[in-house]
Design a protein around this ligand. Sequence first.
Ligand SMILES: [Zn+2]
Ligand SMILES: [Zn+2]
Length: 164
Amino acid sequence: MNKSEAIEEKKITQADIQKLFQDAGLKMTNQRIAVYREILRDSAKQFHPTAEQVYEGVRRHLPAISLNTVYRALTSLAEKGLVKRLSNFSSSDLYDGLLSDHWHFICTQCGSIQDIFVEEGNFPDIPEVAGDIEEVVVQFRGVCRECRGKGGPERDKAEHVEAI
Ligand SMILES: [Zn+2]
Ligand SMILES: [Zn+2]
């Protein structure tokens, strides 16, 4: 469990961020903090941004920041475990500030991604296969409620795609 799970974005203070960064051994820079805050704001809305979308958001607070700096900040944050990088959704990596165990439902029509929470007890028994499992990545693909409401194809059941 990571400490940042317990901290809600709206209540997160500079001191909280300082502690998270310190524990992770990550130097505090204005750029990294701005990038991290942007990701937390997005994940509170279940929005999983690309690096470019993070850049667009951060630029509103730090107009001089470059896309390259945002990339580098994202890489450091992901390496230190403060954000998750999702590589299986589209051609671009997506970033997620929600560190607790959860899966994703991706809409094949509009591309929106919703967080799906799984009770720990409902986790399937995974046999010890080739080695120690460190992470399970599950994607549900289907048509979201909003798109279905717009008269999209009637598909109630999400296709279940497993991607590791
Ligand atoms: Zn949709
Ligand atoms: Zn998520």
